[in-house]
Design a binder for this molecule. Structure first.
Ligand code: HEC
Ligand code: HEC
Length: 159
């Protein structure tokens, strides 16, 4: 009787151990998964308003080519479902390079390779299509590195 009990406990421990290892592995995989498709209903992002690339640089966390946060016109609440468009020309002119939507935390992001080296012009659109344009080009996709409370530019706001 006692022996059976010991064996049962042993089996239980081995079983639990395998289960936990499997779970760790799954969590690791899901963390390393590089989300390229974002929807306005996804909520897996975090650190709204912070410079995403301070961590998402390929060393501390997988790299984003473009990431940041959208706010409403008061610049206090995040803006869900806004569209960020990156153009080769100013004021929404030229070629549309990529279009990103802000998620439930106001964040937009992509891991897609995008060449920003010759300077691109970001624009934002609200949910009914009104636009605001960045007046000068940027070569950096780390939008919140400038656009943050107390930064060199105010938080990106949607009209
Ligand atoms: C302080 C560091 C840090 C900052 C700042 C940060 N992140 Fe992360 N983020 C992480 C780490 C670490 C992970 C896990 C990544 C991994 O396993 O490689 C992660 C994962 C993610 C994921 C994947 C979540 C999932 O479950 O699939 C998304 C999306 C994400 N971050 C978006 C953002 C956005 C957008 C910003 C900026 C607004 C941001 N992060 C800022 C550290 C950070
Ligand atoms: C090197 C700093 C810098 C970077 C990086 C940067 N911006 Fe800007 N941005 C500015 C400045 C400065 C302005 C003008 C601010 C003002 O009008 O007060 C501006 C204005 C804007 C505007 C118009 C005002 C508004 O908020 O609606 C938008 C939209 C915008 N930026 C989007 C972006 C996006 C998206 C990115 C990332 C792809 C980005 N910016 C990266 C500095 C930057």
């Amino acid at each position: 009787m006692r022996k059976t009990f010991v064996i049962m406990v042993a089996i239980l421990i081995i079983g639990l151990n395998t289960f936990c290892r499997k779970k760790d592995k799954e969590e690791q995989n899901s963390g390393n998964q590089q989300p390229t498709v974002v929807s306005s209903s996804s909520a897996t992002s975090h650190y709204s308003g912070k410079n995403c690339m301070s961590c998402h640089n390929g060393t501390n966390a997988f790299a984003f080519s473009i990431a940041g946060t959208l706010y409403d016109s008061m610049k206090t609440n995040v803006y869900v479902g806004g569209i960020v468009e990156i153009y080769t020309g100013s004021n929404g002119q030229g070629t549309l390079i990529i279009s990103l939507v802000s998620d439930k935390n106001g964040n937009f992001y992509t891991t897609e390779q995008v060449d920003l080296s010759s300077g691109v012009y970001p624009s934002v659109k609200n949910t009914i299509g009104m636009m605001a344009h960045m007046p000068q080009p940027t070569t950096s996709g780390a939008c919140n590195s400038c656009h943050t409370q107390g930064g060199t530019a105010p938080p990106i706001w949607v009209p």
